[in-house]
Design a protein around this ligand. Structure first.
Ligand SMILES: [Zn+2]
Length: 476
């Protein structure tokens, strides 16, 4: 199957990844742990841009940037340099942003995603280092607010901006790309995606070869998909009415699910880029090989290893490696339980129940799932009861043993099922003769009666088999 892309959609993304696992900001010693602090408590002359203050490059931030570049299959530049991007906006009191221009630390990479028609390559144009601006807060909506409050705690946080080529052909592909990118960053242990402002997205979108618009500052992956769906529909309607898409920057109003025109887009020369005179160029070429050697196993490699080492379906390997915490969790379970059985329970059941509750794997313990799987494998509880135990732990807490005992989930013995089957047969002569006469549905009714008599503790599949055997004996 080849995806036709009927509207000629081209989406390129710019993603800002905040290096919130660093201890200090990009160019000063301020702590990055500001997320629960009062406004303007994590600031100093450098990140407030006071005259006379001088920046110092955070060495580990450069290391993280190289790590990210390598993980995205980019080339690492020989020598890198910072530039000033000049513009005045109150969230950047210096009057410029320290960023990179013609010597980004990494360029020319690629990421493979699950596209509309199978594996799809999204090219990475570049990845560069820069600093986060402060945070503006508007009371009410951005359009109607009477004033703006500014918190500079975020100002000067290390950022990596990753720019893709316009290779995504639908909002769904854009979302998958973002998911994949977040996954890679988590494998690299360079950021914590749960923190506010960890990842921000600007999306460029055009249709039918027309001009593109840029939707700014989208804060979630779901938001990106919605913003793009809206923007594509808006552009289509505009063309249908004979209008033209103009190149502009738009803001996504998450609450209303619409994009709003903010300003026509600046040209690059508007920013008057020039080399940052306070920071010397940095030679990084010799540094990259040792960082490459130390890269952890990345999602695609782990997925392949899971398939070969644990002999599991690719679908399970994909589900288990799409979050490093789930992958680590699984490997602990697979160390004590048959790996294929463990894969099915963790990927299908546990992950499904967690997603349904918007929880992540840290809310469940390896010991509990191992105990539950063992109870099922040893035939002490049914699969259905196993799922019930998982749900109860998530919703109410408790240990598997206690939940099994308190809810009477221990599976009934075979002879109790046999007893139930013969009782059902003698009490339901009509249904029985219906079934023998060819009404297949009557079997479900009979099995249902067995389940009822055993209070659901019989294994449904086993009850069905025993019922069929009993009918066979009668019918001979
Ligand atoms: Zn500072």
């Amino acid at each position: 199957m080849v995806y036709e892309n009927p509207d000629g959609v081209m989406i390129g993304l710019e993603i800002h990844v905040q290096l919130n696992k660093l201890n200090t900001k990009m160019f000063c010693g301020c702590s990055t742990q500001y997320h629960n602090a009062g406004p303007n408590t994590h600031v100093c002359p450098v990140c407030l841009g006071l005259p006379g203050s001088l920046p110092v490059i955070n060495k580990r931030a450069v290391e993280y940037a190289i790590r990210i570049g390598l993980a995205l299959n980019c080339d690492i530049v020989e020598q890198t340099q910072f530039h000033r991007k000049n513009y005045y906006y109150p969230d950047l009191p210096k009057g410029f942003q320290t960023t990179q221009y013609d010597f980004p630390i990494a360029s020319g990479g690629k990421v493979v995603i699950e596209g509309e028609d199978g594996e799809h390559v999204v090219r990475i144009t570049r990845a560069h280092m820069e600093e986060d601006p402060g945070r503006l807060m508007h009371i009410g909506s951005i359009e109607k607010s009477k004033g703006t409050l500014i918190d500079y705690n975020r100002s000067g946080m290390g950022l990596i901006e990753i720019v893709s080529e316009p290779d995504m052909r639908s909002p769904k592909e854009a979302r998958r790309f973002l998911d994949k990118l977040r996954n890679i960053m988590e494998y690299l242990d360079v950021f914590d995606s749960d923190l506010e402002g960890a990842m921000k997205v600007d999306a460029n979108v055009s249709i039918m070869g027309g001009d593109r618009t840029e939707v700014k500052n989208i804060s979630s992956h779901k938001g990106a998909e919605r913003a793009l769906l809206y923007e594509i529909m808006r552009q289509k309607n505009l063309l249908r009415r004979g209008g033209n898409v103009v190149m502009e920057t738009r803001h996504f109003d998450e609450a209303r699910g619409v994009t709003i025109s903010m300003r026509t887009k600046e040209e690059e020369h508007d920013y008057r880029y020039f080399p940052e005179p306070d920071l010397v160029p940095m030679r990084v070429a010799d540094w990259a090989p040792s960082i490459y050697e130390a890269l952890p196993e990345l999602p695609d490699a782990k997925r392949e290893r899971f398939v070969s080492q644990y002999d599991m379906a690719d679908m399970h390997a994909k589900a288990l490696t799409s979050d490093i915490r789930v992958a680590d969790f699984y490997e602990l379970v697979a160390a004590v339980i048959d790996p294929r059985t463990a894969a099915a329970w963790v990927a299908d059941v546990l992950k499904g129940e967690l997603n349904y509750r918007d929880l992540n794997i840290t809310s469940f313990t390896v010991d509990d799932i191992v105990e539950i799987i063992k109870l099922v494998v040893e035939g002490k509880i049914t699969e259905k009861s196993g799922v019930q135990v998982i749900r109860t732990i998530m919703d109410e807490g408790g240990s598997p043993q206690d939940i099994v005992r308190q809810n009477g989930l221990l599976r009934v013995e075979d002879d109790i099922v046999t007893q139930a089957v013969s009782e059902v047969i003698s009490e339901n002569k009509d249904a029985l003769s219906d079934y023998i006469a060819g009404k297949g549905k009557s079997l479900n009714y009979l099995v249902g009666q067995v389940m009822k008599k055993t209070n659901g503790r019989a294994d449904a599949r086993q009850a069905r088999e025993m019922m069929l055997e009993a009918i066979d004996r009668i019918n001979k």
